[in-house]
Design a protein around this ligand. Sequence first.
Ligand code: AHR
Length: 502
Amino acid sequence: MAKLIINEENKLGTIAPEIYGHFSEHLGRCIYEGIYVGEHSDIPNVNGMRIDVVEALKELQVPVLRWPGGCFADEYHWKDGIGPKEKRKKMINTHWGGVVEDNSFGTHEFMELCRQIGCKTYINGNLGSGTVQEMSEWVEYMTFNGVSPMAELREKNGSREPWKVDFFGVGNENWGCGGNMTPEYYGNEYRRYQTYVRNYDPNQPIAKVCCGASADDYHWTEGVLKTCYDHTPGDLHGFMDYLSLHYYVVPEGWEMKGSSTDFSEEAWYKTLSKALYMETLIKGHAAIMDQYDPVKKIGMSVDEWGTWYTCEPGTNPGFLYQQNTVRDALVAGITLNIFNKHCDRVRMAALAQMVNVLQSVLLTEGDQMIKTPTYHVMHMYRHHQGATLLESSLTNVEPVGPDEWVVPKVTESVSENEQGIITITLNNLSVESVEKVEVQFARSGYQVVEAHIVSDADMHAHNTFEAPETVTEKVFAGYEVEPHGLNVTLPCNSVVEIRVAR
Ligand code: AHR
């Protein structure tokens, strides 16, 4: 039996709500169809945004949304997406499927979407193919409250009041699709571009996100930080607030990728082992950040994470549409537990992507919408948002899986909110056996407030438009309360949340 020891006297820091963020790119059917259907659509909408999707996202308590890309961001020219829709420029989305982008979803629409969801805004600027002036004018357009050419243009387009830009990414994947730059070259470009991302309202400073590495490219992290710290007095506060990291779980590698629904037990463990690798990556990049920024002023923003499979048969390969099974629920549970445990450095993240692309929380088909297993995990885990991470550790955890892809059977994280409610999230990674976990608190007298589970004995289980409720969040009763803790029985393939209070 595994043992989870929780020391609620030792509070380790705040879990930034933004760790539970999302990403929406002009890619496939994420924005168009998935979120935005236009004001004249038969699909029920408010100002063009699907009501079903917005309602589901509100229930998730989405803290922040990143837009417009991704690779799309470094080819996006924001002025194409403002003004009367019929006059907006049409372009080819060269990265994603070669389809026509009519720019009907632009800055005003994104701000409206965030207003409806009630989340913070994370705009990703174009450094790869855009100019400093273009980036600087976008910031002026969105945030300046006064008399200026861009503020007047915004008013002419229907928004007298400026918006709040909470986070601004200065380029995306500039080591690849964002310009194929070297770390030193990007570091210098970052220095220049970010200078003109002005804080027009000193009471609402924009947090700047510098483009970080892909996976284990530590050379990039080192080179960018060295360049940015060179000749820069003091710390980089206000110059660089976050450094990003992108990491995808690709079971069979980039050539083959692997099916989202038709996979072997070996592929199950391979996928979960690759998800666990996130912790190694965070530690590796954080160690480099620690050398430059020992007091941790710069947050790590893992603003693209999730599974990447072979797209569904019969769909446009450039649309990255994939199904989502119990395996994805485990990937989400494992990854979010890792983020929680590293909340001293990981202060933002974004699941890729929100609707109809990669490890989505929602899938749509016409006027239908379904929630994926990943949605239900993020819904349970929302209780960690803004809570305090508590010291916790597992002992006596059995290894499971084939030699090359062996994983610990259980992972966990524990937090406490302002009302003193403790949220414990546990995952059983085994496809074949239950696991009993003895949970021991430092104090006694806890009662269970609520408990939920996302699980299915069939590792391939997923939701379809015909059967949308196959894998959902259910009430969990597999525990017994003891004077100093709990005895929990985790079914195989499970993500569990237990909330207790005294
Ligand atoms: O999320 C899909 C793509 O993956 C993004 O556009 C890019 O940033 C990354 O390579």
